[in-house]
Each structure stands twice: as structure tokens, then as C-alpha cells.
Design a protein around this ligand. Structure first.
Ligand code: C2O
Length: 589
């Protein structure tokens, strides 16, 4: 009896909180426990040990309303360190909960626990969460949904919403993969793309097709697809045969509705689209296809996952008719990505953040590859020679990731000497023709430009500085795009373009009227992107390319944002439950 009434009271409390939240009333506290553990999964005739949260792949969805506070208890049952990052959450004055390994905290050691606590206000749509040490994020990842207060969308309320997590299936142990990439070995590849963890029927093991992700729909209804790319390696094209999409949001902000038959999603991006089930009831294939630059760029295998849209009432075998498959672009054609991203604009509404019209500090970051000599040699043969390790750079500095201290903690304690310096250059040391395709080996042009070095160089900003960054993708050793992600902030994407950025003519193309607000900007292949943001959130914020190989190779830095003049504009001390480096015994990954 006692127990029953207790349960009833608790049930009522939960319902009341939910009702209050739904009515736009009091914000709720949403709690989760994430147990991270190993699990075996069999695909393509092989059983692999993978790392998951609560036995789920993709991991559990966090589903909240704008204004809620999130508390996640993470229990690490893995044999190595772990952090979880809430990708895209602004973490206003809660940098301590950002979960970037060795940037905002030391990893939770094996057997350890950690509590993340943060408020989410002013963001709506889809973000995601993922492990932020080594390559674990390939499987330790999930969707993070933020619903508008009172359920009021700026479009007709969809019948249902469906996370579409595009990822990769790795047979190689992810910790081993990380170790190999740190050694400069980039020969490993996933075996397949995945949609919501399914490899799809284009992959098979001795003739037995892999399971496909199936989306069941009812004719006449509209679905909100929350498409997230959690892959380590590739940008994806996503299509559904016989259907079109209306893009309505990205990275936690609404967009001006944009109609298209194909979505492009780079690692780190989250794209919300409406799909009307308006086709004759039948089965239709959906396809996620990875793109990559053509030769002479180094090539990886093509990855694809095929799923199914299945209408209620359509026959089990599609009436014996072939299932329509979408016509995909060539995997080597990267132009659709450029057009897709540059066609998106923000939805104008009254509480929208203001576009900064003046600029206090201008940065120009050239993104490329470089090389360092193996071992202790000071000189070595360049041009894809075995004497070098290929690394990635921003303004010719290759970020050395700390491995035994947290940048934020040491900054907060004022004990930074020997850990980092604050002299990341604002401009490339030697300007060159960044997008000259003859910089891709076999040279000889690149040989003079590729020598670089490893260092932990950060950049410091005063509170309330208006910053403009031009990200310039280069063709140095390869011509990949670069999905650049900044923690703790969103930037307005004022323009993107192909070729070298021209500081005289290109600012004329800037969109100050309704630019998209993004935490990840896809800097086009051999092109550039111009972004602006105001440093209104004090702390230590990781900036990096969201291709895992680029981050490991060093295309990264961190921005220090100083405290403002008041307690409300300053980073509070670490919360009581925060575990300092070493407090748990271990700091190593
Ligand atoms: Cu998706 Cu540094 O993060």
C-alpha cells in the first residue's frame, strides 16, 4: 500500500512536471544514467567488441524542452578513460560540464563516475552527444532533442519525429584505431556506413544481407527526420526515393524552410527535415552515401547504407515490384555539398540573436595538412615519404593534445606554464595559393610548405569581443572539406565560397540579414567560410575539425574566453560534484 501510493505520487509528480513543461511553465530537470560498457555485436560474419551506453547502438536519446536542466550520471565500465560531450549545447557559464577530454576535464577513469549538469535555454531542434576521448564516439553517441516551449513549432506539428543517425561500422577496435592514427597510420577504414546502427542490405556476409533501418510511415502524414552525422570519417549524401524534404533546422536553430531532394550532412552537423509521406503506398529505399574528393587525393573505399521507407498497408513484397532506389550523385562530386550548405539561411524571428555588425578581432585560419619528421630527426625527406608523419594544421601549427591535465582546470588555477601558450597565429605565417591543386602529391610544390611542428597553442579573447574568422580550406597534401566545430558557441555563417578568400570582394557577399547560426560550419573543399560570434561565454572552448582523423592529426586549438566584469558574466567555480584531474586516481586515456 505504502509503496503503491508512493509510486502514484511519483507518477503524478512526473506527469505534473511534464504538463507544466508542455504548457510553457516551469522548466523540468531531466535525469539520465549512462552506463558505458563493452558489448559484442556480429556483422559481416564477424563478432566485434564495441563500446555502448546502456546496451544501445545508437545510444539513448535525450529528449527535453527548451529551458530544462539536464543531469547525466555517467558510469564508466570501460577499461579506459572516457568523457561525454554535449555537442552544440551552449553551456552558458557551465564550461565545466562540456565534457571535452583534457580540455575541460580529465577523463573519467575505468570504474569511475561523473555527473554532468547543465541548463539548455534558447536552443531548439536537434543536437547530439558523444564520447570525446579517442575514437569512442563512433559508437558512444546519440541524439539530443530540444522541443520548443509549449510544443509550438514554426511549421505544422509533425506526426512523429525520427532520429536518423548516420554512422560507420568499424570491425577494428576503436581504441586500437586511435592508437594507430596517433602513430600516423591512416590505412584503417570502417567496413560500412550505418543508418541508426544498421549496415543495410547492400552489405552482406556470404550472401546473407545485413539488416536495414526501416521507417514505417502512414500516407498523408509528415515526419520530422533529425539527421545527425556521427561518422568518424565522411560527409554523407542522404536521399529517399520518391520523396522530397523541407529543411527546417540545423544545429539547434530554425532555418528558413528549404526544399530539396537531398540532404548533405558532415560529421558534427545535425539537420532537421520534414518529409511528407505523400507517395503511392509502397516501399522506397533511403540511401546514405559518403562522398570524398577525387584523385589525386588519397582514396578510401566508398561507404553506403541503404534503408527502407515502408508505407502502412503496402504489401510485404511491394506487390512484386522493384523497390525504387534514389539516384545518388557520384561519391567524388562534392559540389552538391557546397550548394546545399550555402543555400541554407536562418529563420528570422523576434528573439533571434543579432548578427554582429562590427568586428573587434579578425582571424584567418588556413586548414591543411603538413608533416613532421619521424623520431628525433630535425630534417627529413618530404612529399609522402616514410621519413615523415603526416599531421594536420591550423596556420601551420599542429595541435598537441594534452594527455595528463585539463586546459580549463590549469587555466582556472593559473598554472599553465609548460602546458600551453596563447600564441596561435591570427594569420598563416607564409601566405600561399591555398587552393592550388598541384599542392597535392606527387609534388614538388608541397615539399616547401609541408614542414610543421606540434605545439599546444591557444588563442585568448576578452569577454564580449566580436570575432570574425575566415576558415580557408587548402589543397596542401589533400583537398578535403573541413567541418569546423566550436564548443560553447554558435557562429553566424555569413558566407562561403570556392577558391581563395578575397578580403576585398568577398565581404560584399556577406549575408547580415538572415545567416544560419551553426556550431559546425562545413568549410567547402578548396573553399572558405566566413563566420562571426561574440565571446559572451567565459571558459575554455575546443575548436576543431569534426573529421576524427583531422582532430587526431592536430587540426584543433582552444579559445580562452576571459571573465566579464560581473559574477553573471564570469565562469563559476567547478560544481561540487566535479572531479578534478587526479581526484579519481587516474588521468590517462
Ligand atoms: Cu562533437 Cu569537440 O565535438
Amino acid at each position: 500500500m505504502e509503496k503503491l501510493s508512493m509510486a502514484a505520487t511519483m507518477f503524478c509528480a512526473v506527469v505534473l512536471a511534464a504538463l507544466a513543461a508542455a504548457a510553457g511553465g516551469e522548466a523540468a530537470v531531466v535525469e539520465h544514467t549512462f552506463v558505458v560498457h563493452e558489448m559484442n555485436q556480429t556483422h559481416l560474419c564477424n563478432t566485434t567488441k564495441i563500446y555502448v551506453v546502456n546496451g544501445q547502438l545508437p545510444g539513448p536519446t535525450i529528449d527535453i524542452t527548451d529551458g530544462d536542466t539536464v543531469v547525466v550520471h555517467v558510469i564508466n565500465r570501460l577499461p579506459h578513460g572516457l568523457t561525454i560531450h554535449w555537442h552544440g549545447i551552449r553551456q552558458m557559464r557551465s564550461c565545466w560540464s562540456d565534457g571535452a577530454g583534457f580540455v575541460t576535464e580529465c577523463p573519467i577513469p575505468p570504474g569511475g563516475e561523473h555527473v554532468y549538469r547543465f541548463n539548455v535555454t534558447g536552443q531548439v531542434g536537434t543536437l547530439w552527444w558523444h564520447a570525446h576521448v579517442t575514437c569512442l564516439r563512433a559508437t558512444v553517441a546519440g541524439a539530443f532533442i530540444i522541443r520548443p516551449k509549449g510544443g509550438r513549432y514554426p511549421f505544422p506539428t509533425p506526426a512523429k519525429d525520427v532520429p536518423i543517425i548516420i554512422g560507420e561500422w568499424w570491425e577494428l577496435d576503436l581504441v586500437e584505431l586511435d592508437r594507430r592514427m596517433h602513430d600516423g597510420n591512416f590505412d584503417d577504414n570502417p567496413l560500412s556506413a550505418t543508418i541508426n546502427g544498421k549496415l543495410g542490405d547492400l552489405s552482406n556476409c556470404s550472401g546473407k544481407p545485413e539488416e536495414s533501418f526501416v521507417l514505417d510511415v502512414v500516407r498523408g502524414k509528415t515526419y520530422l527526420l533529425r539527421i545527425v552525422n556521427t561518422a568518424l570519417f565522411s560527409e554523407y549524401y542522404f536521399k529517399v526515393a520518391g520523396h522530397t524534404f523541407t529543411v527546417v533546422g540545423a544545429d539547434g536553430y530554425y532555418l528558413t524552410p528549404y526544399k530539396t531532394d537531398m540532404v548533405t550532412v558532415a560529421p558534427g552537423e545535425a539537420i532537421d527535415v520534414l518529409m511528407a509521406a505523400d507517395a503511392p503506398p509502397a516501399h522506397y529505399h533511403m540511401v546514405a552515401l559518403a562522398n570524398q574528393p577525387p584523385e589525386p587525393d588519397p582514396q578510401i573505399p566508398g561507404f553506403v547504407s541503404r534503408g527502407l521507407v515502408r508505407y502502412a498497408g503496402s504489401s510485404h513484397n511491394n506487390n512484386g515490384l522493384p523497390v525504387p532506389t534514389p539516384l545518388m550523385p557520384s561519391q567524388h562530386n562534392t559540389m552538391p555539398s557546397y550548394y546545399f550548405h550555402s543555400n541554407l539561411t536562418g529563420l528570422a524571428h523576434p528573439d533571434r540573436h543579432r548578427v554582429p555588425m562590427h568586428v573587434d578581432e579578425r582571424l584567418f585560419f588556413a586548414l591543411g595538412l603538413g608533416s613532421i619528421c619521424r623520431g628525433t630527426n630535425k630534417t627529413c625527406e618530404r612529399g609522402r615519404s616514410p621519413e615523415t608523419i603526416v599531421v594536420a594544421t591550423m596556420n601551420n601549427v599542429s595541435f598537441r593534445h594534452p594527455t595528463n591535465a585539463s586546459l580549463l582546470e590549469r587555466y582556472y588555477d593559473g598554472q599553465t606554464s609548460g602546458l600551453y601558450t596563447e600564441d596561435l597565429p591570427d594569420h598563416p605565417p607564409h601566405p600561399y595559393n591555398y587552393t592550388d591543386r598541384s599542392l597535392i602529391p606527387p609534388g614538388p610544390l608541397e615539399k616547401a610548405l609541408e614542414p610543421t611542428f606540434k605545439a599546444t597553442k591557444l588563442r585568448r579573447f576578452r569577454y564580449n569581443t566580436s570575432v570574425e574568422i575566415i576558415f580557408q580550406s587548402t589543397a596542401l597534401l589533400q583537398s578535403d572539406s573541413n567541418p569546423m566545430h566550436l564548443h560553447g558557441y554558435d557562429f553566424f555563417v555569413l558566407a562561403t565560397g570556392l577558391g581563395n578568400y578575397n578580403p576585398k570582394t568577398d565581404p560584399k557577399k556577406f549575408n547580415y540579414h538572415n545567416p544560419q547560426l551553426r556550431n559546425t560550419v562545413q568549410v567547402p573543399r578548396t573553399g572558405w567560410a566566413a563566420v562571426r560570434f561574440v565571446t559572451d561565454n567565459p571558459g575554455m572552448w575546443y575548436l576543431h575539425c569534426h573529421f576524427e582523423f583531422h582532430i587526431i592529426m592536430g587540426m584543433a586549438t582552444a579559445f580562452i574566453v576571459e571573465n566579464g566584469p560581473t559574477p553573471e558574466t564570469s565562469l563559476p567555480p567547478p560544481p561540487p560534484e566535479f572531479k578534478r584531474c587526479g581526484a579519481n586516481g587516474l588521468t590517462q586515456p
